[in-house]
Design a protein around this ligand. Structure first.
Ligand SMILES: Cc1cc2nc3c(=O)[nH]c(=O)nc-3n(C[C@H](O)[C@H](O)[C@H](O)COP(=O)(O)OP(=O)(O)OC[C@H]3O[C@@H](n4cnc5c(N)ncnc54)[C@H](O)[C@@H]3O)c2cc1C
Length: 331
């Protein structure tokens, strides 16, 4: 274990890596798990003090120190991290404005219909929503004091949190000549295009056998599950990574788990009580369940996963009926 040490070079021609102190180590098999880093804003004022990004514990500690009831917080981007930061800052009593290009939060994954559930939740919790609008600039004398939106609106602030997505940390892989495509391209055994080098977690774009392509999995469970699979393959066992994609999110009192992947879908079918936010949403594609989100319902995960994995045609009339056990639909 070498802590406080960066790998600066990977040289596949001699199977060696170089460390920040200059030392070289040889490898027989190598795993790259360098994660991702937040995309940065490049608008006028984006280098001012008081602008935060969130990736690691130090970032979280720094943000926690400055969030209080006296300083208005502006969160730029209502993806998972932005929406969760907005919720946490509100729960700490801060005044919060949330700015997002799309008309609802989390639209890229949830779509508009389910995104509205989260929009209404943040509105109820008195987050000031600025949706369907971009950022023009950030102004301030020594630190961020105002965020200017593209519609001319000015929002006073003291803390700006930028959460506009992440980029895989592929610098080492690029120099080493590995194939890249929004991450290190890896097949289902997590091997990269260069013999002996494997990739896992946020940095990897792993071919998923169920979808026939790599899918974006910048989530904790993929990182957790791919590690052991990579290790087994590095030891010569042939173990494919084929888990149903999964992630979770907690905002205020709304906890959810999301399984599957639905980049396109025909309809969203809702089961349960949307008003009480105790529901399961199913994203249907060609009559099959492509993805599902259980919100504040915690005992259906296995049945949901089985429904997705089965890949069968499902009668949506039975899917919405909470009296019918989901497990029966699978069988
Ligand atoms: C604020 C926040 C909230 C999140 N919330 C959720 C959530 O609710 N649910 C969920 O499913 N996922 C969530 N995620 C995503 C989840 O944390 C990531 O998917 C997961 O951490 C990815 O793990 P990883 O090991 O691939 O990368 P990382 O956790 O980023 O680890 C990569 C490590 O590699 C090190 N490294 C990088 N380059 C080098 C180098 N050259 N030399 C040596 N070391 C290097 C880094 O320092 C880092 O420690 C969240 C992420 C963030 C930032």
């Amino acid at each position: 274990m070498r802590t406080s040490t960066a790998v600066t070079v990977i040289d596949p021609t001699v199977s060696e890596i170089e460390l920040s102190g200059g030392e070289r180590l040889s490898y027989n098999r190598l795993l790259i798990a360098t994660g991702a880093s937040p995309k940065r804003l490049s608008i006028a004022g984006s280098e001012l003090a008081g602008i935060h990004y969130l990736r690691n514990v130090a970032d979280a500690d720094a943000l926690r120190q400055v969030i209080n009831t006296a300083i208005p917080v502006v969160v730029i981007g209502a993806g998972w991290i932005g929406a969760e930061v907005a919720a946490s800052a509100r729960q700490l009593g801060a005044e919060v404005a949330l700015v997002e290009l799309e008309p609802v939060p989390l639209k890229r994954v949830l779509g508009e219909e389910v995104g509205k559930i989260y929009r209404d939740l943040h509105a109820e919790c008195e987050v000031k929503l600025h949706f369907g609008v971009g950022i023009e600039s950030i102004r301030g004398t020594n630190k961020a004091e105002e965020v200017i939106l593209s519609n001319g609106t000015t929002i006073a602030t003291g803390v700006v949190v930028v959460s506009v997505g992440v980029a895989p940390r592929t610098e080492l892989a690029q120099v080493a000549g590995l194939a890249l495509d929004n991450g290190i391209v890896a097949e289902e055994y997590l091997a990269s295009s260069v013999p002996g080098i494997f990739a896992a977690g946020d940095v990897a774009n792993v071919l998923h056998p169920a979808y026939g392509q790599g899918i974006p999995l910048e989530h904790w469970s993929a990182a957790l599950d791919q590690g052991p699979v990579a290790a087994k393959n590095m030891l010569g066992q042939n173990v494919a990574y084929h888990k149903v994609p999964f992630f979770y999110s907690d905002q205020y009192e709304l906890g959810m788990g999301y399984r599957g992947w639905a980049p396109s879908f025909d309809e969203v079918v809702l089961r349960g009580d949307v008003t009480r936010r105790e529901l399961i949403a199913f994203w249907m594609h060609h009559g099959k369940v492509a993805a599902a989100m259980n919100a504040n319902i915690w005992d259906q995960g296995d049945s949901i996963e089985a429904l997705i994995s089965a890949g069968r045609l499902i009668d949506t009339g039975r899917l919405v009926d909470s009296d019918i056990d989901l497990a029966n639909l699978v069988s």
